[in-house]
Ligand binder design. Structure first.
Ligand code: C2E
Ligand code: CA
Ligand code: CA
Ligand code: CA
Length: 273
């Protein structure tokens, strides 16, 4: 994809992934990478209409000693199908909590909210709520500064269970964003039962919003829907001022994308600690 930088290396192509041996090798490497500390969380700024940074999405990066930076699009699916996402997910939560604590110690970053991506399998595991609350307690991170990004497709499987978990986490102050909204199998009737705070307009719609009237119509629809349900709406993949201005004119007041900042290591995030 065009988003990938020069030092992103694609070493497992989709056809290779069909082979069990290759998948097994990658699983082994992920397990090893956890032990060798090859993963890192990057943070991409989220801004409001004034340009103020209000938070960051945590995006995992794998720095492979031989292969360079490996895209999460390549290893997250393997981690999901192998169950390694549970270990990886715990690491992500732990790491994000530590970053929240670091940011909480400085006035300029105190209010920043970290959004983390949660996989279906990770959220569905029985201990997820307990592990997350324990991590928050142990690290001293403020639950009000944590947002979980869930995708609509993962919400259709076992709605009662998922809503119960969301409610419990919400009671502790944790927020929810519905990621990739509009790209999956959304049931609009079901949407109103979910205790979410935010809809996220997928970058696939934002990308062509100025040139493709269908994408514009979908983006506009999502913004209206969010407004009428009193949810925040954030657009991802905003790359130009023109896209940002169009979104603002439609009533979308929160943005994320290369126009505002690429995902970077915490040390490079603003002037933050
Ligand atoms: P996503 O959650 O939809 O994340 C947004 C992706 O868009 C990220 O790709 C981000 O770097 C990229 N992006 C941000 N702004 C722009 C822009 O202006 N233009 C373009 N073209 N792209 C932009 P990334 O970091 O490669 O992550 C890909 C996917 O991998 C994520 O999609 C998410 O589904 C998954 N992922 C990443 N980190 C994690 C994680 O910590 N846990 C889990 N479960 N999944 C993750
Ligand atoms: Ca996301
Ligand atoms: Ca997306
Ligand atoms: Ca399109």
């Amino acid at each position: 994809a065009k988003a990938e930088g020069r030092n992103t290396c694609r070493f497992f192509d989709p056809e290779m992934q069909a082979h069990t041996a290759q998948r097994f090798a990658l699983q082994h490497e992920i397990r090893e990478a956890l032990i060798q500390h090859q993963f890192q969380l990057f943070y991409q700024p989220q801004v409001d209409y004034t340009g103020a940074v209000i938070g960051a999405e945590a995006l995992i990066r794998w720095f492979h000693p031989q292969r360079g930076m490996v895209s999460p699009l390549e290893f997250i699916p393997i981690a999901e199908e192998s169950g390694l996402i549970l270990q990886l997910g715990n690491w992500i939560v732990e790491e994000a909590c530590h970053q929240l604590v670091r940011w909480s110690q400085h006035p300029a970053t105190r209010e920043l909210v970290i959004s983390i991506n949660v996989s279906a399998r990770q959220f569905q595991q029985a201990q997820f709520v307990m592990q997350l609350l324990t991590a928050l307690q142990r690290t001293g991170a403020n639950p009000h500064c944590l947002k979980l990004e869930l995708t609509e497709s993962m919400l259709v499987q076992n709605p009662q269970d998922i809503i119960a978990k969301m409610d419990e986490l919400k009671n502790h102050g944790i927020k929810f964003s519905l990621d990739d909204f509009g790209t999956g199998y959304s049931s609009l009737a079901y949407l109103k039962r979910l205790p979410i705070n935010e809809l996220k307009i997928d970058k696939s719609f934002v990308n062509d919003v100025l040139v493709d009237s269908n994408d514009a119509a979908i983006a506009r629809m999502i913004i209206r829907l969010a407004q009428s349900m009193e949810l925040r709406v954030i657009a991802e993949g905003v790359e130009t001022k023109a896209q940002r201005d169009w979104l603002e004119a439609q009533g979308c007041l929160h943005y994320q994308g290369y126009y505002f900042g690429k995902p970077v290591a915490a040390a490079e995030f603003g002037n933050s600690p």
